[in-house]
Design a protein around this ligand. Structure first.
Ligand code: AKG
Length: 322
């Protein structure tokens, strides 16, 4: 990553690197996608309450890293591609890792956009954007490999450049695009380009897809070594799994609260501790702050059933031995 790219990244929160994939690499990947097109799944409404972004559900092609060999190979090659490694080392530090994904977006004409999200409201220190002593840092970066053009006006990835540095909440009209004050941008990319964006710190989403021909973007969602955004973070973070049943058995709720493993995208499910005016430690759930009666949210409990994701993870790993 050279000084010009670093300047653009720090300023805008995204970066396009031109012509990384060759025509033959794209042809090979596209041919595999065509053969697997019966596996495409259409997702839910990513436009939510937006009028500007409305459209049909977003189609994605799951499982590209698990395709039977050799079909998975061209996609696995993307994971640690030199063009990606040299930049992610700077963006989120050495030791970055794939946190979740891939999400292979295969939009068709009329596919909805995606409301702007992701710029850390409220503040999430483990993934937010910082800059110190000449080094940028952000906890979550998505790398989007483009197999088709997304020229101006086609639709596809969109963002609010520089919003990773904004001190204020995203206004509703900007989030939905219905009154965006001209701050949303759809960065133009061509087939073969590589797009980086600050998934965990910048307001981003998508514009509806306008073209008769489809969109093909493979999104790989990386995180810095110490941030756990999604993926298996959730099932593995539960105290009974992260430590072990016998260690946390009979612990108080407060003791269990410090035994959760790292997992940042928990949406208030993980108990936080606080100290009352009387000097007693108590459980505070972040969701409580938004609840009129301050009642604790249902947390995964001592003696209760483990969360569904955890059970699925345990069953899968018990049978595969991983
Ligand atoms: O490229 C896109 O369609 C937007 C993807 C997005 O919003 C996300 O990955 O969070």
């Amino acid at each position: 990553m050279d000084a010009r790219e670093r300047y653009f990244w720090d300023l805008n929160g995204y970066l396009v690197v031109k012509a990384v994939l060759s025509q033959s690499e794209m042809d090979e990947a596209n041919e595999i996608v065509d053969r697997h097109s019966n596996e495409i799944k259409v997702g839910g409404n990513t436009a939510r309450n937006s009028k500007a972004l409305k459209g049909t559900g977003r189609p994605v092609l799951p499982g590209i890293l698990e395709f039977p060999k050799p079909d998975c190979d061209p996609f696995r090659k993307l994971l640690a591609h030199p063009a990606l490694v040299s930049r992610l080392r700077v963006m989120c530090g050495p030791g970055f890792r794939l946190d979740h994904g891939p999400m292979f977006i295969v939009s068709v004409k009329g596919t909805a956009g995606h409301t702007m999200h992701g710029n850390g409201e409220p503040h999430r220190p483990h993934v937010s954007y910082n800059h110190q002593n000449g080094s940028p840092y952000v906890g979550g970066v998505t790398v989007a490999w483009q197999l088709t053009d997304c020229k101006p006006g086609y639709g596809g990835f969109a963002c609010v450049p520089a919003s990773h540095k904004s001190k204020y909440r995203t206004p509703d009209g900007v989030r939905t695009g219905d009154a965006d004050m001209g701050v949303q941008t759809q960065p133009a990319v061509e087939a073969g380009d590589l797009l980086f964006f600050m998934d965990s710190a910048q307001a981003h989403g998508a514009w509806p897809w306008k073209l008769d021909t489809g969109r093909r973007s493979i999104l790989l969602k990386y995180a810095s070594r110490t941030s756990a955004r999604s993926g298996v973070g959730k099932p593995v973070a539960v105290p009974e799994v992260y430590w072990d049943d016998h260690i946390v058995e009979d612990m108080s709720e407060e003791q269990r609260a410090v035994m959760w493993g790292p997992y940042s995208n928990h949406r208030g499910e993980i108990p936080f501790l606080d100290v009352t005016e009387q000097g007693e430690v108590r459980i505070e759930n972040r969701n409580d702050r938004q609840r009129p009666n301050g009642q604790a949210a249902a947390l995964s409990k001592q003696g209760g059933d483990l969360p569904k994701e955890t059970m699925t993870w345990i069953e899968k790993n018990a049978t595969t031995g991983t």
